[in-house]
Design a protein around this ligand. Structure first.
Ligand SMILES: NC(=O)c1ccc[n+]([C@@H]2O[C@H](COP(=O)([O-])OP(=O)(O)OC[C@H]3O[C@@H](n4cnc5c(N)ncnc54)[C@H](OP(=O)(O)O)[C@@H]3O)[C@@H](O)[C@H]2O)c1
Length: 334
């Protein structure tokens, strides 16, 4: 039976891609064919379609890295999945499709109560936040955590996780709209990252709401001057996790800061965990689903759009007009 997919026939402007009818391929021995129901739209999808991403899929291809749907067929070597299972999967490309081929070991059975749109949204951002807090920073119940870029994908996931794990969440934001989103997702305190001079005022704001303790952990996807200011807001023996540089500037870190308060700066490249320790990634995903079942995690979905609207959704993602997750409904996304 023909199925629909967004197809890129040559690298270039995203508008050149089309929704076409395709014949699904058969899964290889270690693979699974998924009837895609919902796909998350991510900024890197644009780079892949334009041909400027580090990995170029063979033409023609479907873009998209996160999908949720129903298993249609499994390869001979896949033991733990069967047709009819509801799953989410992370793929290098191919998610904007009714027929997605995914490695069996990158598929996760999702809770019965989880709509496909939520399942497509609980992927990379949540995994990154989970590894930052639990694997890198050694989060423990009761810890206070400053999350910079708190209204972004990784930021909101981190705020929700801190609250689900019984910590105190401080949301670093740059305007009132972001503050509202962070509060709605559970933030206990708002830290204004536009305060000037930020070097002193970030610490002062943090100390004001932590009884002069400082924060135990900083999750920083922002970089620039915010990172250095955040180091000064850490408590004794605090940990800062470097996630990314949304501000566009990679700061140098002065090592005397580390010595004076026994603090640590840790890097995170989540994809290395995916490649080197898939068991840890699977365990983290199971943990995320458990927290979802208990009501602690709810992805902030900005919109669910029909597959045919992929180009305008991608343009809105590029223009920063999407707050939270944008999902393409492929078939039957609830
Ligand atoms: N290390 C890893 O394994 C890993 C994994 C995933 C993502 N990342 C990286 O992490 C970063 C964030 O990803 P994301 O998906 O959360 O992106 P996102 O959804 O775009 O969020 C970034 C947030 O930071 C804010 N921001 C931008 N410039 C800022 C500044 N100068 N000061 C304060 N806040 C600022 C943004 O606000 P506006 O929306 O107003 O710009 C937005 O709220 C990216 O650089 C991404 O590449 C790394």
């Amino acid at each position: 039976m023909p199925m629909r997919a967004v197809i890129v026939r040559e690298f270039g402007p995203i508008e050149n891609a089309r929704v076409e009818e395709i014949s699904p391929s058969s899964p290889g021995p270690d693979e699974v064919l998924i009837h895609g129901a919902a796909a998350e739209v991510n900024f890197p999808d644009i780079l892949v379609m334009e041909g400027s991403y580090q990995i170029k899929p063979p033409l023609p291809f479907s873009p998209g890295k996160e999908v949720a749907g129903t298993v249609a067929k499994v390869g001979a070597a896949v033991q733990d999945l069967k047709p009819g299972d509801r799953v989410a999967a992370q793929v290098e490309f191919g998610a904007y499709s009714e027929a997605v081929i995914a490695p069996g070991d990158s598929c996760y059975r999702i809770p019965d109560s989880m709509p496909f749109a939520d399942a497509a949204a609980i992927g990379l951002s949540y995994q990154t936040a989970h590894f930052a807090l639990l694997e890198r920073a050694g989060f423990r119940e009761g810890n206070s955590v400053l999350v910079n870029g708190a209204a972004g994908g990784v930021g909101l996931a981190a705020i929700q996780l801190v609250k689900a794990l019984n910590g105190t969440a401080l949301a670093g934001v740059i305007n009132e709209q972001q503050a509202e989103i962070a509060r709605a997702n559970g933030a206990d305190h708002i830290i204004d990252l536009t305060a000037d001079p930020i070097r002193d005022l970030l610490r002062q704001q943090v100390f004001d709401v932590t009884n002069n303790h400082g924060v135990d952990i900083v999750v920083d996807p922002v970089g620039g001057s915010i990172l250095e200011a955040s180091l000064r807001a850490l408590a004794w023996c605090g940990r800062l996790v470097v996630i990314g540089f949304a501000a566009g500037e990679i700061p140098a870190i002065r090592s005397n800061y580390l010595l004076v308060k026994n603090i640590a700066v840790l890097g995170l490249q989540w994809s290395d965990y995916r490649d080197r320790t898939p068991g840890l990634v699977r365990a983290a995903q199971e943990h995320l689903y458990e927290l979802y079942r208990n009501g602690g995690l709810r992805p902030h979905i900005d919109r669910v759009s029909p597959l045919e609207e992929f180009a305008s959704v991608l343009e809105d993602v590029r223009a920063g007009k999407v707050s939270g997750k944008a999902i393409l409904a492929i078939t039957g996304a609830r």
